[in-house]
Write a protein that binds this ligand. Structure first.
Ligand SMILES: [Zn+2]
Length: 444
């Protein structure tokens, strides 16, 4: 009757579509046609309507939209654990920047990204918003394994092995954007690193180009007190004020961190329709502070969720990040109702898609959207009994309970096995890198 070929029907013990908000559908099925969600109906109806399709029984599972990691640096997975328990600037100057200067190459980015892809898929992430050098290599690695990616067109004032000047960064970024047009699963965003590492001229060009191409501007903003003090010293204004003056405070802005905000800055971001990406674990580990998530949400700012890179987290686990975000918000506000389970799942899915301008495609389980779906098994003892599946998902489930992942209808994780990546080979390459990098690190 539909005229569409139904390929598979995923029967969940529960389906949590995220839209409508807080809905939990017991004994429902997500029906997939090609790359898209065809319908979500109760399991009995789905069996009756689509007898010829492949039926996948996920009897003790909750089905959720694929998680969106809205701020990360995938290739930095190779630097995970290189240096821990030290402040941000010492961490960067003594360890991270020297390692990057010495080792960054196409090969480093490819191997690091592939490692990150394996970890992300195995923890239920179906889309990541990346910022790093050699973004065309990141894009290629993601597309090759079937992962959805928002590839950052990186821009910094200082030269790197990838580009020698602001003009060259932008030129290469634009070429990458052009080559990604119409490529399924590939999205782009401008990615000027931070207000302190990109000067006014290049930021103004980004503003003009982002308006013209209608893509987001992904940037670190107000991560630390030091960054703000430096902004005032160098430019006579707080970084967010500077971005506003340059015309970048707009619905295109995807501002990672947003830890230190004054009341009027929260109001200005809300009024401008800017988006924030909360990265609680990275902020905790680098002792950056506590982002005012409750206040941002209350003001109407779309707050997404990200892990930041594996070198400052130290994982790419969005389930863990959801739990950290929900718990931290309550502790900081001394309000147990702050950032409830449904809210944090929305941050990790639909809010991320909205920030990245891809909410017509992904971010919730709705007919017509891409079949980006994650199955989480709630049968382990630690998640039983189940009174409220949504709470159980956020407050008990660990990434090892992610059993299956579909992106655009393709099953990339099948009962915990990666179907498009060779995990053993990826880990061998990572070990080789760690031996090389360790031999030249300051404290080794
Ligand atoms: Zn970052």
């Amino acid at each position: 009757v539909t005229g569409k070929t139904i390929d598979s029907v995923l029967h969940g013990c529960w389906v949590i579509p995220v839209e409508p908000a807080s809905a939990v559908l017991a004994d429902h099925a997500v029906v997939i046609s090609g790359e898209h969600i065809h319908e979500i109906v109760d399991s009995a109806t789905a069996r009756a309507r689509h007898p010829a399709a492949e039926h996948v029984a996920l009897d003790s599972h909750v089905l959720i939209p694929g998680l969106i990691n809205a701020h990360t640096h995938a290739a930095m997975t190779l630097l995970r654990g290189l240096a821990d328990d030290i402040p941000l600037m010492e961490w960067l100057r003594r360890h991270i920047w020297p390692a990057e200067q010495r080792w960054i190459s196409e090969e480093f980015v490819r191997d690091g990204t592939r490692h990150a892809l394996a970890e992300m898929l195995k923890s239920g992430t179906t889309c990541f918003n990346d910022m790093y050098f050699y973004p065309e290599v990141t894009a290629h690695a993601a597309l090759e394994c079937g992962m959805r990616a928002v590839v950052g067109l990186i821009l910094v004032d200082f030269p790197s092995p990838w580009a020698g000047s602001s003009d060259e960064y932008l030129e290469k970024g634009l070429a990458l954007h052009d080559s990604m047009r119409g490529v399924p699963l590939a999205h782009t965003a401008f990615a000027p690193h931070a207000p302190y590492s990109v000067s006014d001229g290049p930021l103004q060009r980004v503003k003009v180009l982002a308006d013209e191409l209608d893509i987001p501007v992904h940037i670190h903003v107000h991560e630390t007190h030091d960054e703000i003090a430096r902004g005032i010293a160098e430019h006579g204004e707080r970084p967010l004020e500077r971005l506003r003056r340059l015309g970048l405070l707009s619905p295109s802005l995807v501002a990672a961190h947003m830890v230190h905000l004054q009341t009027h800055e929260i109001a200005a971001c809300a009024e401008a329709g800017a988006h924030a990406v909360h990265c609680p674990e990275s902020n905790l580990k680098l002792a950056s502070g506590f982002a005012p998530v409750g206040k941002m949400l209350a003001a109407g700012i779309g707050v997404a969720l990200g892990t930041d890179g594996a070198a400052s987290n130290n994982d790419l686990d969005m389930l863990g990040e959801m739990r950290s975000a929900a718990l931290l918000a309550k502790g900081v506000s001394q309000d147990a109702s702050s950032v409830p389970a449904a809210q944090v799942l929305r941050m990790a899915t639909l809010n991320g898609a909205q920030a990245l301008g891809i909410n017509d495609t992904t971010g919730s389980l709705e007919p017509g959207k891409s079949a980006d779906i994650v199955a989480v098994d709630l049968s382990p003892a630690a998640s039983q009994p189940v009174y409220h599946p949504l709470s159980q998902l956020v407050y008990t489930a660990t990434r090892e309970q992610v059993s299956d992942v579909w992106i655009a209808g393709r099953r990339l994780l099948h009962e915990r096995r990666l179907t498009t990546l060779d995990e053993a080979e990826i880990l061998t390459r990572s070990r080789e890198w760690s031996q090389r990098i360790r031999s030249e690190d300051a404290d080794s």
